[in-house]
Write a protein of this length. Sequence first.
Length: 82
Amino acid sequence: MGTTSNYALRLPASLKQSVEQVARDDGTSLNQFIVTAIAEKLAAIKTADYFQERAKRGNLEAALALLNRTGGVPPQAGDEIL
């Protein structure tokens, strides 16, 4: 994990109790549960940002032309666009 630092986290008592229970059920420490939750949230934000930036480089006309081109192999049963 590398270097760590401490941060005094203030949680409402009810939230802390819920998180402690979920961490216990998961077989992990409260600290590890919170670290994992933060990492998951950061990953979700970065993923959303990536796809927003990627969408700006997209070309809808080119994508539709590719989808509507003739030739090729017909889709297998169940793979058709309805």
